[in-house]
Each structure stands twice: as C-alpha cells, then as structure tokens.
Design a protein around this ligand. Structure first.
Ligand SMILES: NC(=O)c1ccc[n+]([C@@H]2O[C@H](COP(=O)([O-])OP(=O)(O)OC[C@H]3O[C@@H](n4cnc5c(N)ncnc54)[C@H](O)[C@@H]3O)[C@@H](O)[C@H]2O)c1
Length: 368
C-alpha cells in the first residue's frame, strides 16, 4: 500500500453518488474524497456538506485542472460517461465509472484508446461481480465441479414509476442510452455473462408498455452460448413485487440466487439437486460459501484501489467489459431489426457500432 492517500473526486452528485461517498469513506485509510462536481452547484454543495468534501465545482474540466485527482468517480447520466472518463484519464486520473460504461462500441474503443494513450484505466461499476457468492460460484465453474452448465434463467423484475421518471434524463434515449435493458437488467446480465462466458447468438424483443417515456420498460431475449448453454434473459421495470433471479442448471446441481433486488449476500444463494441424486453430499459442500462479502460498491472500490496500488489493469475494464457492451448492443439490434444477431458481427461501418440503442438520428442531429 502506498504511504499517502489517493485524492479522489466525484463527478455527478445525484442518487448513486452517496454509495460512492460511502465506499470511499469505508477505505478512508487509503483514499480521500477531495472534490465534488455537479452542473447543479447547490446539489454539489449539499453533497459536500453531507460528506465533508472540501471543494465543489460545476465544471468537470475546471476541477480536473485545479485538483489533479488520482481517481475520478463518474456518476453522471450514461450519455456523458465516455467523454468524462476519457477527459479524466487525459488529466492523469484512473476512473471508476458508473454503469453503463458507455453508449456504444465506438465509445468503448475511444475509452480503450484513451487508456493506451495515457497509461491510465477506466473501470466500470459492476458491484455484482465482487460478492463472495459470485466469486465462489465462478471458482466452482472453473473447476467444472457440478458438471456442464446447460440452462440459465436470468431475471430482473423491478419497478420504476412516475417519481423515478420525474428525473427527465432517465426517460430519454440520448441521456439514458436505454431503459430496463441497459440501465437496470444490465447488473444481473453482466453478472451472468461474467459467469457463463462467450455468447454466440441472441434473439430479442422489447416494448414500452406504460408511462410516457422514450425508452423500453420490458425486454426479453433467448441466447445461445459458444459451449451450447441455452439462456433466457428477461428485464422489466413494470413489476410491482421486485426481484432479481439468477438460476443456473448444471448437469449435477441447480444454483439459484434470488430474493434480492440491488445486491446480494451469501444468504441469497441456494444449491440443490434432484431427489435421489448421487450428488446429495457434494451439493452440501458446493453450497458451503466462504465468509460473507456482500456485492457492493465498497468491495469493488477496495479491488480498484488494490489494482491502483499495483499499477495493474483493474477488473471490469478493457476486454473484461467490452463483451457486455457488445451483448447489450446486440440485444437492442436484435429487438429493433427482429432477427438473430451473432457475436462479432457489429464492427466499425455497421451503424449499430455508433450507438447501442439504434437511435442513429440523435447522432445525425448532433452532426447537423
Ligand atoms: N451501480 C448501481 O447500483 C447504480 C444505481 C443507480 C444508478 N446508477 C448509475 O449511476 C449514474 C447516475 O445515476 P443517478 O440515479 O445517480 O442519476 P441522478 O440524476 O440522480 O444524478 C446525476 C447527477 O449528474 C449531474 N450532471 C448531469 N450532467 C452533468 C455534467 N455534465 N457534469 C457534472 N454533473 C452532471 C446531475 O445534475 C445529477 O446531479 C447512471 O449511469 C446510473 O445508471 C448505478
């Protein structure tokens, strides 16, 4: 660990910034939150008062020039993420950016080019990858302990009503990039992709069934993976009783993570097998989890600081996140074009490379 503390800044002091401030406070021996930025100056000052932050700004560029932070947390609406992350890396910082990391594969390439040019890194927040339950399962899967994975069911059934959409950007393609697919289901879908591996083909549908919003509030897809696994992904923000569910059926056991919404702990996992199975004893062993580490911003920030100390690429960056951005783009492309999309087909030259949600007129308007 280095002797002095890192200087961190937060850009965007709305809803999720509190989780970042809390995570930084949990690692206060290693990092100090020295600046907060929001285009709404009053909001930045309120946030600073609550979290003991000495300086506030309304312009990220001014903050980067004056403060020269070691680490920047980007907590603004998704349409701004790539631009602000690249600017922070160019100013010398490592970046921890909220999900979705960016709005297109083109922006993903810009971020990776920014990393190569500066030697700094941008990591995407995906706190679900950092809990003990997920780490334990990934290790069992690496060892193929439970036999082949055959079937996966991945469910986000959340509720977002009028108060949520009263914040205008959340309902627009341009600022939010999308709805239940890229803003809400993204957590457990990224988690499932991280566990399962390379997908091959996706067939998707989506709709906006309620509320006066541009973006989708229900989306569903069938996905075939490279090794043959068949998976179903279902995202809704129209579901009054909220739940997130991951169910993986291996040859010898079923693993389920359920009953939680935004995160999970060891208590949310169950391992089982069929009645009379010869794996009854083994399943007890597989289901014995290590000490509980919740999937949280605190855990991911700790891992990010470890990588910074070692000057090594942090988890959930570069190739480790590109696959999720490609999957989300393919999800929208399949839903809009009404046909299967294969991994690898969206490349520079394909209009979908420019914008994952397919709202190309936004780019054309911007260029006009
Ligand atoms: N990881 C999670 O569990 C989680 C949970 C909720 C939200 N998020 C993500 O966090 C991000 C922010 O979501 P939120 O709900 O906190 O939004 P929010 O609207 O509550 O906050 C965003 C803030 O950014 C500010 N802002 C807008 N443009 C800016 C600019 N150019 N420069 C500086 N500040 C600017 C706004 O004034 C606002 O205060 C989104 O990408 C969202 O998907 C992640």
């Amino acid at each position: 660990m280095r002797e002095s503390r890192y200087k961190a800044a937060i850009i965007g002091t709305g809803g999720i910034s509190k989780a970042h401030a809390g995570a930084l406070a949990a690692h206060a021996d290693r990092v100090e939150l020295v600046a907060a930025v929001d285009i709404d100056g009053d909001r930045a000052r309120d946030f600073a008062d609550q979290h003991g932050v000495p300086q506030t700004f309304t312009d990220p560029e001014v903050m980067l020039a004056r403060v020269q932070p070691d680490i920047v947390h980007v907590c603004t609406p998704p349409g701004l993420h790539a631009e602000q992350s690249v600017a922070a890396m160019e100013a010398g910082a490592w970046v921890l950016c909220e999900k979705p990391l960016c709005a297109s594969l083109a922006e993903m390439d810009r971020i990776e080019a920014g990393e190569a040019a500066t030697g700094n890194y941008t990591s995407s927040v995906f706190q679900w990858r950092f809990g003990s339950g997920g780490r334990h399962l990934k290790e069992l899967m690496r060892k193929e302990a439970m036999g082949r994975l055959l079937v996966a069911n991945v469910l986000t059934t959340w509720y977002r009503g009028d108060p949520y959409f009263a914040v205008r950007w959340r309902s627009t393609w341009k600022a939010a990039v999308g709805g239940c697919t890229v803003v809400h289901g993204i957590h457990i879908m990224d988690f499932a992709l991280w566990l399962i591996g390379e997908w091959r083909e996706i067939r998707a549908m989506m709709a906006t069934l309620a509320h006066d919003i541009e973006v989708e509030n229900v989306s569903m897809a069938s996905v075939r993976f490279e090794d043959g696994v068949m998976a179903s992904f279902s995202n809704s923000i129209l579901s009054p009783r909220q739940e997130s569910v991951l169910r993986l059926d291996f040859a010898d056991a079923t693993v389920e993570m359920t009953r939680n919404i935004y995160t999970y702990g060891n208590q949310d996992w169950s391992y089982s097998t069929w009645e009379g199975s010869p794996h009854a004893d083994a399943v007890k062993e597989w289901g014995s989890l290590p000490p509980n580490v919740p999937a949280s911003h605190v855990t991911q920030v700790g891992s990010f600081l470890d990588s910074r100390d070692r000057n090594e690429r942090p988890e959930v960056s570069g190739a480790d996140i590109r696959g999720t951005i490609e999957f989300l783009t393919a999800f929208y492309k399949s839903a809009v074009e009404g046909r299967p999309v294969h991994r690898g087909e969206i490349r520079p030259g394909d209009p979908w490379y420019r914008l994952m949600n397919g709202q190309f007129q936004l780019l054309d308007e911007a260029a006009a």
